[in-house]
Design a protein around this ligand. Structure first.
Ligand SMILES: Nc1nc2c(c(=O)[nH]1)N[C@H]1C(S)=C(S)[C@@H](COP(=O)(O)O)O[C@H]1N2
Ligand SMILES: [Mo]
Length: 202
């Protein structure tokens, strides 16, 4: 009797599916505005604000150690996808080449086309976060990241809702206080932890 009021353990795959999420094996595309199309040679990730100004090209990023990781992603529109595989440069690896200035506490992530999203440095500099350029639905099947999904290069921040994973990465602006990015100005939560159901700001 009581059993049907409780989730069966397999429903959340051992705690991997956050509250209010449904699994999908598809890979939905969620983009606000037009999809920018540009070549790898045009990739340019500008570091600015409270950091020594510099720009990373596609070649620069390809020359850094590459990491392949498999993990789950969670969109605020209630889909989650288990075991997605990504290859790219880990954020800690990139940050060994970035020289922060005193007072930097947060980073505003910028995309080609003007999309932005904010992260605390403690959420940005994490081993699982990647500047990703390859994606695989299964670990063996990596392919260049499709344009619709942020190719040639996107950020992936798997521990927060997927709107923090900016596609078509173009800039890292280090700042001294938290500030809202695009969706955060439009009602989304400043941090967005799926396991805390942090979808909207109060
Ligand atoms: N530049 C940019 N990045 C973005 C978005 C966007 O509209 N523009 N949408 C965000 C949202 S809300 C989600 S859920 C994911 C979707 O990524 P996908 O289209 O690869 O599934 O990208 C995020 N990154
Ligand atoms: Mo989203």
């Amino acid at each position: 009797m009581l059993g049907r009021f409780f989730k069966k353990p397999e429903d959340d795959h051992g705690g991997r599916v956050p509250p209010g999420q449904t699994l999908t094996s598809r890979f939905p595309v969620l983009t606000y505005g037009p999809v920018p199309r540009y070549a790898r040679e045009d990739v340019s990730v500008r570091v600015f604000g409270l950091a020594e100004e510099q720009t990373f090209s596609w070649q620069d990023l390809q020359g850094m150690p590459q990491t392949t990781l498999t993990y789950d992603i969670h969109c605020v529109t209630h889909w989650s996808k288990l075991d997605t595989t990504w290859t790219g440069v880990s954020v800690p690896e990139l940050m060994t080449r970035v020289h922060l200035k005193p007072g930097a506490t947060h980073v505003m992530i910028h995309s080609v086309g003007g999309y932005t999203t904010n992260l605390a440095l403690s959420d940005f500099v994490r081993d699982l976060n990647l500047l990703a350029h390859e994606f695989g639905n299964t670990p063996g099947a990596l392919a260049p990241l499709e344009t619709e999904h942020g190719g040639p290069m996107r950020l992936v921040v798997p521990h927060l809702y997927f709107w923090k994973s900016a596609k078509w990465l173009s800039g890292l602006e280090f700042i001294s206080a938290d500030a809202p990015g695009f969706w955060e100005r439009n009602g989304y939560h400043m941090r967005g932890d799926p396991f805390k159901d942090e979808r909207y700001s109060d």
